[in-house]
Design a protein around this ligand. Sequence first.
Ligand SMILES: Nc1ncnc2c1ncn2[C@@H]1O[C@H](COP(=O)(O)OP(=O)(O)OP(=O)(O)O)[C@@H](O)[C@H]1O
Length: 273
Amino acid sequence: MSSSTPMTATRIAATAAGSAAPILQVDGLCMRFGGLLAVDHVGFDVAPQEIFAIIGPNGAGKTTVFNCISGFYQPSEGQILLGGASIAGHSSHQVANQGVVRTFQNVRLFKAMTALENLLVAQHRQSRAPLLAGIFNTTSYRKSEADKIERALKWLDIMGLREFANREAGNLAYGHQRRLEIARCMITGPRLLMLDEPAAGLNPQEKKDLQQLIDQLRREHGVTVLLIEHDMGLVMGVSERILVMEYGKPIALGVPEAIRNDERVIKAYLGEA
Ligand SMILES: Nc1ncnc2c1ncn2[C@@H]1O[C@H](COP(=O)(O)OP(=O)(O)OP(=O)(O)O)[C@@H](O)[C@H]1O
C-alpha cells in the first residue's frame, strides 16, 4: 500500500463505509496467466450500498479482478466472499444467480432486439416459469409476462429511454446503449452492480448524467456499486472509497481526497493523463 498515505488513515478508510457487515470481501486474490501475475494479492471489502471504485493505469489488473469476482475467471489464489459465503471459482451463471451483475468495457446488448426486448430477455433468463405454463398460456403465466413488461417499461423510464422502447438496441445512440446495459443489470434486482468503464465513449454531459444515475441507483434502489473507471472526475465525484492498482498490486486504498493527494498514485496514474 502507499507509503504516502499513513497506514492508520488507510485502515480507517478501509472500514469507513460503516459498521454493517461487508457485502463483498476480497482477500489475497491472485490471478496468473502463464508467467504473468496479473493480480497480485489484492484485498478489499465493500459495504452494503457503498460506491467503491478500482482505478489504475492500463493493464493494472482491474478487469481481471472483475472477471474473478463475476466468475469469468477462476482465481489462482485467494478468497472472494459475497454476503459472507465463498463465491471464488463459481461460474458466471452461479454468481449472477446470487445477485452479482456486471457490464463490460464494450457494450454487450442484443443489438437486433428492441430496447424493450433486451429488458424482457434479461428477466426471462432469471425466470423459473415452468415450460408447460408457457405452452398452455396459463393465467399466472400471462400475469408474470405482463409484470415483466411493466418492469421493463419502468426501467426504461428511470433511464430516460422510454421513447426508444421499440427501437433496435443497435440503433440507439452510444450513451443510450450504455444506459440500457445498466437497466438490463438493474432489472434483475441485483445486490452488487459491477460497472466496467461505464463512462468510456460518453460526452461530458452524459458523464455528468451517469454520475447522477449511479448515485440514484444506490440511493433509491439500494444497490452496491463496484466501479472500474478511467474518468477521474466521475470516480472522485461518485465513489466513497477507491482502490488503486499498479502492475497487479494494490498500492493505495482510501477516500477520494486521500487518493487525490497520494504521491504514489499521482505518479502511477494521475500523472499519466
Ligand atoms: N485472458 C488473459 N490471458 C493472458 N493475459 C491476460 C488475460 N487477461 C488479461 N491479461 C493480462 O493481464 C494484465 C491485466 O489486464 P487487465 O485487463 O485486467 O488490466 P486493466 O487494469 O483492466 O486494464 P485496462 O484499464 O486497459 O482495461 C495485462 O497485462 C493483460 O494483458
